[in-house]
Design a protein around this ligand. Structure first.
Ligand code: SF4
Length: 462
């Protein structure tokens, strides 16, 4: 049985350095603000959201048909299509292809699916060197950490963290944390790896059933150079990435970067429709729990996700706790609704790592009911008896108090006097995780009920 992830403890490690928390919050919230500005320039935004949601729902409810159509068209275009039921099968298919081509080193662009499958450690164990080509992913690879954000994987790091890391790993100047210097240092280090790589791996943002082609969006052009230099290209594609027609792409491409970074378009939106001259292009279509989710009335909408990260950027918990606190491949609200589907015991705390404020649902470009799903996962955790004892006791006491007005009124009076007179250590002690990082605001002079009675006297009894 897996040991469960403790997001509180992991978040405490991240915010132990106060600068991490404030910088992370500022940068991530900045992306949310940029998103709002860009969205305001598109008057038909809400119509686009509705359309995107409908296209995804239609595709998912006819997925068998579209997958076969995609396979047929991709094969006709000279690509090799493989199917993988789970992470192990995905990794094994990739390894067999690499072994058949005697590949010892490959360059890969960012792919959350390959991360989800644990592909890099799998290949490393079998003697294949994998180099991440996306700058943020490379930083995370060198730090031996998973991405902390699905779009900007190293957003939780300060410039000085990166300068220290690069000095240790690629011999750059540890005292120079200028972003241009650091990017140039990595460019110099990465270029020979691009040129020497025997294979390239990418993910895909969208796969088009009608054409058999797929689309990869990056801001660094790293997928393009990767796929253009070595003769072998392998793309891992989750089966939920399908869309029916080429013309549907316009809806999603307009929304992706606006939602992610608040920029009108991704710098490189590359379309792959076949192997390069003299080369081979393999596609691995991966299920890995997606079919199970599709069969779940409560959670199938999660498959509409286009991995834009907007829900993370707006989430007050993610912004302060950092992505690594979620302990899985996916973090933020999308992580909260995806990870328990992989392993409910391991991720049983995640549904409680949320304020349920609903902001994620408001910004999601494909209208996923994220906060409703978070609540539903809490129910699943409770039904499976996985809620921790302290939370269970606290919630049950609160339930009884709220269900009995007289009890609630007594508790209110007790709390009033306790806040004034109780010794400080009762609230701020090592057993109370809440009090470790916060100060309770000063209690108001009167309760809401007292105010209501005085100001809405006629309805006071209500
Ligand atoms: S759930 Fe919605 S907002 Fe979050 S990453 Fe997916 S598409 Fe973007």
């Amino acid at each position: 049985m897996s040991r469960h992830v403790d997001p509180e403890r992991r978040a405490a490690r991240f915010i132990a350095l106060e600068e991490h928390e404030s910088t992370h919050d500022r940068l991530v919230w900045g992306m949310r603000r940029n998103r709002d500005e860009e969205v305001a320039r598109v008057p038909e935004w809400e119509k686009l959201r509705e359309l995107a949601s409908q296209i995804k729902e239609h595709t998912l409810t006819h997925l068998d048909r579209y997958l076969e159509q995609f396979e047929g068209n991709a094969t006709r275009r000279g690509m090799h299509v493989h199917w993988a039921r789970d992470a192990e099968e995905h990794n094994s298919v990739v390894y067999q292809i690499l072994r058949a081509h005697q590949v010892r080193s490959l360059i890969k662009s960012k792919s959350m699916l390959q991360e989800e499958c644990g592909m890099t450690p799998y290949l490393k164990k079998r003697g294949i060197e994998v180099t991440e080509s996306d700058l943020g992913e490379r930083i995370q690879q060198l730090s031996d950490e998973p991405p902390s954000h699905i779009v900007v994987p190293a957003i939780h790091k300060l410039r000085s963290d990166v300068a220290t890391l690069f000095a240790r790993e690629i011999d750059s100047d540890p005292s120079n944390s200028d972003p241009h210097y650091l990017a140039e240092a990595m460019r110099g280090n990465a270029r020979p790896r691009f040129l020497a790589a025997q294979a390239a791996m990418t993910g895909a943002n969208f796969a088009v059933a009608e054409t058999g082609g797929f689309v990869v969006c990056t801001n660094e052009g790293n997928a393009d150079i990767g796929a253009s230099v070595p003769p072998l290209h392998i793309a891992s594609i989750g089966i939920e990435k399908l869309i029916p027609r080429a013309r549907d792409l316009g809806v999603f491409v307009r929304m992706l970067s606006r939602s992610a970074l608040g920029s009108a378009i991704t710098q490189y939106t590359s379309h792959f429709h076949g192997p390069r001259q003299g080369g081979e292009l393999h596609i691995v279509l991966v299920d890995n729990t997606r079919s199970d989710r599709l069969g779940s009335p409560d959670f199938w909408h999660g498959l509409k996700c286009i991995r834009c990260g907007a829900c993370m950027n707006t989430c007050p918990v993610y912004r302060r706790a950092g992505g690594l606190s979620y302990g899985g491949t996916y973090s933020g609200p999308i992580g909260v609704i995806l990870e328990p589907g992989f392993d409910i015991e391991r991720f049983r705390e995640l549904p409680f790592h949320s304020s349920l404020c609903g902001s994620c649902t408001e910004v999601c470009p494909v209208k996923i009911d994220i906060s409703d799903q978070i609540y539903k996962w809490r129910r699943v955790v409770a039904e499976k008896g996985l809620v921790k004892l302290t939370k269970k006791v606290g919630m049950s006491a609160l339930g009884t108090t709220l269900a009995h007005p007289s009890l609630f009124h007594s508790a209110e009076s007790l709390a009033e006097s306790a806040l004034e007179h109780a010794p400080r250590f009762l609230l701020y002690n090592p057993l109370n995780a809440w009090g470790r990082h916060r100060e309770l605001p000063a209690a108001p002079a009167r309760t809401f009920r007292q105010w209501y009675r005085e100001n809405r006297g006629n309805h006071g009894s209500a």
